[in-house]
Ligand binder design. Structure first.
Ligand code: NCD
Length: 332
């Protein structure tokens, strides 16, 4: 993890395991401040001056709406210029250039690279390569295969933190994760991040074929964190403080394995939500399919639209920390 920091400052944003509670608290405070400043007159003008000398490359070779747009929005909030490659067939990769050389080109022109790629570990590999043989710039992992999605996890925890502010925060709560937990990288990253908090209880509700991966369960066992595996959503719902829904990740199917499960059992409608605690919250990294009926959107427990908006502020906070500029908010 030390490799991803520079003199105790955040540098590469790579894995949830590199974020300790104290660092997260600082990020959450910065995100709160950014949000507050944007609401003030001339606030957005001030924010735009903070990183106007920095440029970001958004390299997204796997489909994305929210992560791409919220990073773009975050860069715009803090005044960074951006460029993007989303379709490698329009870049020199089409002419046979390796991805390694392509990323090296970005590092020559830009001050950081936000990267999403279908290959697990690709961002880590590129960070290592640039650090050892190229021009090192911070790499922010915007989702690497089935593996990790650290900025999604951070914005999820930011939303939990804000939602539970008057109830003792993230600690001492019961969390349910529902759906395709084997291939959903968001859940993997959130669980890694949450597992450093005390007195949590995890419930993993998934079809047997898509239960959490053995390494994640081993991680929880090693830490002695209470966790339960189940296939029955309705029996779990009434006890939960947070229910984290996910979609079926069938783009990772090797031979149609998604067709073999009845995913409707892992969905929420108003009838089921009625059995949840009144002050509990429902999260979803989005995009959704049928796992949350739109009629749930108006329920005060539905937090997923707020969650995605929080993502832009949290990502702007990350950029300020990576470039050592968070303290400048005090000038405002
Ligand atoms: C998630 C992802 O890409 O892993 N989406 C996102 O970034 N908000 C979840 C998903 O695609 O299901």
């Amino acid at each position: 993890m030390a490799h991803y920091m520079r003199s105790e400052r955040l540098y590469h944003v790579m894995l949830p395991q590199q974020f300790e509670e104290a660092l997260m608290e600082r990020l959450f405070d910065t995100a709160d401040l950014i949000k507050e400043i944007t609401r003030k007159s001339n606030g957005s003008g001030f924010l735009k001056s903070v990183l106007q000398h920095k440029k970001a490359m958004l390299y997204f070779t796997q489909p994305s709406t929210r992560t791409f747009l919220s990073f773009l929005g975050a860069c715009q909030l803090v005044g960074m210029d951006t460029a993007e490659v989303r379709d490698p067939s329009l870049s020199s990769e089409y002419k046979g250039e390796s991805q390694e050389d392509g990323v090296r080109v970005f590092s020559s022109y830009f001050d950081c690279i936000v990267m999403r790629d279908p290959k697990p570990g690709f961002c880590e590999y590129m960070a290592y390569l640039l650090d050892t043989t190229g021009r090192s710039v911070p790499i922010l992992n915007g989702g690497s295969g089935k593996d990790q999605h650290p900025t999604q996890a951070l914005l999820d925890l930011y939303t939990m933190h804000r939602s539970f502010l008057s109830r003792g925060g993230i600690r001492k709560k019961r969390y349910a994760f529902v759906g395709d937990l084997l291939r959903g990288r968001a859940v993997r990253s959130v669980v890694f991040l949450l597992s450093q908090y005390q007195d949590l209880e995890f419930h993993f509700v998934a079809p047997d074929a898509f239960q959490i991966a053995p390494d994640l369960e081993d991680h929880l066992k090693t830490l002695g964190i209470s966790h339960h595996l189940s296939e029955d959503l309705e029996s779990v719902l009434p006890e939960m403080d947070c229910v984290y829904m996910t979609r079926l990740q069938d783009e990772y199917d090797l031979s149609g394995e998604s067709q073999l499960v009845d995913y409707s059992r892992y969905s929420l409608d108003l009838g089921k939500v009625k059995n949840m605690k009144p002050e509990s919250i429902i999260l979803h990294p989005l995009p959704r399919r049928d796992e949350i009926h739109p009629e749930v959107d108006a329920d005060p427990r539905a937090m997923y639209w707020r969650q995605l908006r929080n993502g832009m502020y949290l990502r702007a906070a990350l950029l300020l920390h990576v470039f050592g500029a968070a303290h400048r908010l005090q000038e405002y």
